[in-house]
Design a protein. Structure first.
Length: 332
């Protein structure tokens, strides 16, 4: 395989790379633009007002964001999905009169399948599931970053806080949330050929489902962990300890990884062109409970959810995970 990308490639492939690049670089570009604007002193009053608005008044991240159909339907998201390519596999229709909690697995390095499925219309989610309006949830800290916050809110992203989740689920029929359940911890296990899920102690979304009577929808992305090479660190190493400290104080961590570049295939921040199949499974009906759910109720529903994930794995592993090096594991 060649190390460098050929100079002559179909324009379609160039557009696909550009679409993925803009997402990977969005946070850095937003930050650069903001600091550039700060160098223009005539804009300082507007910048101060904007920052005060973010810090003191804007509650949109807790209230479902500011979803923009124009941004979500941008043609670039179709190129984004075709870059890998990504495919949405639908197992069942969803009743638009109900609310849903989509649990996305695995986290991977940066959850690109979740972005394509729930944060955009690159895979035609709204056409596949008419009447279901889903917000992809992310850390509140992302909404403290000027410009970037408005970009991701336009995609329908909202805060993953409890208050935000409950606000969305109570906003009317069809309003739903998508949570990357494994979080930062799971990203440290995103090795190609494996599917190690951090799930045993993740009961927050289970409790949300019981308290709000929202159906759970297990979603498994075959190939998400294959998009980057992970330089795994032993749990006793200094690198791993630093990553854990970072997660403790910042709420996220950064695994050591490598992908490809714009003009080369061997190193960089872009993901590798490898297929991803996102299977949205059968919904698990949940009866609303009054008061705080009991431990037995939580454990029972969690078992149903895990069984749903395992059923998806068994049904599709020989089709979509042919090159796996091990079976699906729930590690913690």
């Amino acid at each position: 395989m060649a190390i460098f990308a050929p100079l002559r490639l179909p324009i379609k492939r160039r557009l696909q790379t550009a679409a993925v690049l803009q997402w990977i670089a969005a946070l850095a570009v937003s930050t650069i633009i903001f600091f550039y604007l700060c160098t223009i002193k005539y804009l300082w009053p507007l910048i101060i007002i904007y920052l005060l608005w973010i810090l003191m008044f804007d509650r949109a991240p807790e209230h479902g964001g500011r979803r923009s159909s124009l941004l979500r339907n941008w043609v670039g998201w179709t190129h984004f999905a075709q870059y890998f390519p990504m495919t949405l596999v639908k197992e069942a229709d969803l009743d638009p009169s109900k609310n849903y909690i989509f649990g996305y697995h695995p986290h991977g390095i940066i959850s690109l399948g979740a972005v394509s499925t729930f944060g955009t219309e690159g895979l035609n989610f709204s056409k596949q599931f008419p009447g279901i309006k889903t917000r992809l949830l992310t850390l509140q800290t992302n909404f403290n970053i000027p410009i970037y916050r408005d970009y991701i809110m336009g995609l329908g992203c909202a805060s993953v806080s409890k208050g935000s989740c409950e606000h969305i689920l109570k906003s009317g029929p069809g309003n739903s949330i998508a949570i990357v359940v494994g979080g930062a911890q799971e990203s440290l296990a995103a090795k190609p050929g494996t599917l190690d899920l951090t799930l045993k102690k993740r009961l927050g979304f289970i409790k949300l489902a019981l308290v709000n009577g929202a159906s759970l929808v297990p979603t498994l992305a075959f190939g998400e962990n294959d998009l980057y090479e992970l330089y795994s660190a032993d749990h006793t190493s200094k690198t791993y300890k630093v990553q854990q400290l970072m997660k403790k104080f910042l709420g996220f961590t950064m695994p050591m990884f490598n992908g490809r570049g714009v003009f080369n295939y061997e190193f960089g921040l872009l993901p590798k062109r490898r297929p991803v199949f996102i299977v949205i499974g059968n919904p698990i009906h949940v009866e609303k409970v009054e008061g705080a759910p009991t431990t037995e109720q939580l454990d029972e529903l969690q078992k149903k959810y895990i069984d749903g994930l395992l059923e998806i794995w068994e049904r599709y592993k020989d089709k979509y995970a042919v090159g796996r090096t091990q079976e699906l594991q729930i590690i913690e």
